[in-house]
Structures are given as structure tokens and as C-alpha cells.
Design a protein around this ligand. Structure first.
Ligand code: SF4
Ligand SMILES: [Zn+2]
Ligand SMILES: [Zn+2]
Length: 321
């Protein structure tokens, strides 16, 4: 990852990674230090949580969610994992194996839900039945289950592994459409409200190259393969576009996202508050909703009555955008 012969900026030992956005190279130990500092800064600057809080970390088996769980535990936070089996063919089987191995090896608490076993459906079936794009059915299911697990388990906050590349790509998509409602909610912390738990993204100051290096150095075995449904979606295209910019102009990606958070998001705060209307309890599951039945219960009702649909049938539908 580093140019041969390059030296760590901090200790002059041989570097293992070059980070043009910091205009520096780092050895393994100082790269870990940089990651720890950036995560602590995000937690402090955005007032995410303290060591007294109980955290539920949403883990997928990929590098970012396992890295953030590892970083929080290493730093002394009380962090349990939460994994949802989505039923997306081999990808889901493998991702579950990685998560369980990570938790077992470290003696960590992992809460799991399986859509097919616990709710009688999976993401390919939900996508087919509801004619939603798979990522929309998936995102809605995961959000509902994270919220429910946090409420049921009495956790103070849900933590996700979204990194700087993810957030900058989502921001680019929202800016290209000038989607003010989404822009107003694109924050590193969403406070608890109306029965929804607080949501925090401690990795927003780290790139995916940095979290991959963290995993490599810390010996974290993660699933490298992406979800097959993600292939070819706009989110990946936005990431590539930002990487091209970053190559020509290092640190433009972090400036784009972090300056949005500092300079622009405060101006949109009223929009965010306006979007938070009055909610009632879902008649079936008690979750906050604007209808009698929440969107998740309606999805379960329709999808669980249908024969399972193999993932191949929904590949190629536009994914996460
Ligand atoms: S790419 Fe889409 S379907 Fe796959 S895990 Fe992510 S949100 Fe779910
Ligand atoms: Zn060093
Ligand atoms: Zn419900």
C-alpha cells in the first residue's frame, strides 16, 4: 500500500501505507493511532456517546462494521453486535459466518435475527413481491430491526460502519438531485426521537482504505465480497467519481463531506425538524408509524405469504442509489 522505501511520518520506520490526503506515510502502529484519533474525534465532535452508554453495532461481516466494533471495544466502550440474516444467497451465509467467528474469537455478545427463520421472508422475495428495488426493501427491513433490537435490548444508541467514502457518495447523490429532505438527515448522529434510537456513524472521518488497513493490521478476517445486489449501482459509480477527483486533488473527498457537515448541515436543521411529524404505535409490533400498520409489518405480511424467490431473479435490478 506504500511506495517502497517510504518512511512513517511519526517514527521514520518503514511505512505500510501512504495517505495522500494527509500528505504522509505511516507504519502499522501509527496508522492504528491515526484511526483511533479520527474515531475519537468524530465521537467527541458530534457528541455521539460516552463509555457509560450501551451500544448496539450493526455488523454485516464486511470490513467497516467489524472495524468499528473492534475499535469501540478496544477503546473501552460497551458495544454488542447485531446481525441480520438477509437471505441473499451465498453472500448472506458467508457474511453470517464471518460475523459469528469475529464475535466468538473475542468473546463478544452478538444478537442475531434471520429474516427467513424469524419473519418468513428474505430480501429477494420481498423485492419481487413488493416490486421495490431490493436495496429499498433491504434498507427498510434493516432499519426497522436495528431500531427494534435497540429498544428491546435497552441500548442507548445504534452504531453503523458507514465510512467517509460511503457518506461522501451518498452526499454526492443527494446533491445531484438537490434532495433537501435527505440532505437534512445526512448527519453523523441522528438523535433519538419518537421511539427511534439514536444513530451514530463513528467512521465518518476514515476512508475505506484506512478501515481495510485497520482490519489487516489487527488480524480481522472480513468478507471482501460485496453484496451481489450492489453490483453496478449508482452508489458505486459515485464512489468511483469521487476517487477520480481525489486522485487529482487529494483531500477533496473529506473536504466535500466534512465541510458539508460543518457549514451546510446547520443551515438545513429546520428542514430536519419539520420532517419529524407526529407518530402512533403500529398495531402489530408497536413501532412508531404514521399508519395503523408500520411499513415493516406490511412488508412481512405480503412477503411471507409468497414462495421464496432465488436471489438470481432480482440481480440486475437497480441497487442502493
Ligand atoms: S447492497 Fe442493497 S440488498 Fe445488498 S445488503 Fe446493501 S442494501 Fe441490502
Ligand atoms: Zn510509525
Ligand atoms: Zn409494525
Amino acid at each position: 500500500m506504500a511506495t517502497s522505501g517510504s518512511k512513517c511520518r511519526a517514527c521514520k520506520a518503514p511505512a505500510v501505507i501512504d495517505l495522500p490526503r494527509h500528505n504522509a506515510n505511516f507504519c502499522a502502529e501509527h496508522l492504528l493511532q491515526l484511526c483511533r484519533r479520527q474515531v475519537e474525534k468524530a465521537i467527541d465532535d458530534y457528541e455521539m456517546f460516552s463509555k457509560d452508554d450501551r451500544l448496539l453495532v450493526a455488523v454485516s461481516g464486511g470490513k467497516d462494521s467489524l472495524a468499528v466494533w473492534d475499535m469501540l471495544v478496544e477503546a473501552g466502550y460497551q458495544a454488542d453486535g447485531f446481525y441480520v440474516g438477509l437471505g441473499i444467497g451465498d453472500y448472506s451465509d458467508e457474511s453470517g459466518d464471518y460475523v459469528r467467528r469475529f464475535a466468538d474469537e473475542r468473546g463478544l455478545t452478538l444478537v442475531t435475527v434471520d429474516l427467513r427463520d424469524d419473519y418468513g421472508y428474505d430480501i429477494p422475495t420481498a423485492a419481487k413481491v413488493t416490486k421495490r428495488v431490493p436495496c429499498s426493501a433491504c434498507g427498510m427491513s434493516k432499519r426497522h430491526l436495528f431500531d427494534k433490537a435497540a429498544r428491546d435490548g435497552g441500548y442507548d444508541a445504534v452504531v453503523t460502519g458507514h465510512n467517509l467514502d460511503d457518506e461522501a457518495a451518498v452526499l454526492l447523490g443527494n446533491v445531484l438531485r438537490w434532495d433537501i429532505e435527505y440532505l437534512a438527515r445526512q448527519l453523523p448522529v441522528l438523535p433519538a426521537r419518537n421511539g427511534f434510537p439514536k444513530k451514530c456513524k463513528p467512521l465518518v472521518r476514515l476512508t475505506e482504505r484506512e478501515t481495510a488497513a485497520w482490519c489487516l493490521i489487527r488480524g480481522i478476517d472480513y468478507l471482501v465480497e460485496e453484496c451481489p445486489i450492489a453490483a453496478g449501482n449508482r452508489h458505486l459509480y459515485y464512489k468511483d467519481t469521487l476517487n477520480s477527483l481525489e486522485q487529482k486533488s487529494p483531500s477533496s473527498k473529506s473536504a466535500f463531506y466534512l465541510n458539508f457537515i460543518d457549514n451546510m448541515a446547520p443551515l438545513l436543521a429546520d428542514q430536519s425538524a419539520a420532517a419529524a411529524g407526529e407518530l402512533n404505535d403500529c398495531e402489530r409490533c408497536g413501532s412508531p408509524t404514521t399508519n395503523e400498520l408500520c411499513a415493516f409489518c406490511r412488508l412481512v405480511e405480503k412477503s411471507s405469504a409468497h414462495e421464496p424467490v432465488p436471489v438470481e431473479l432480482v440481480l440486475g435490478k437497480r441497487g442502493r442509489s
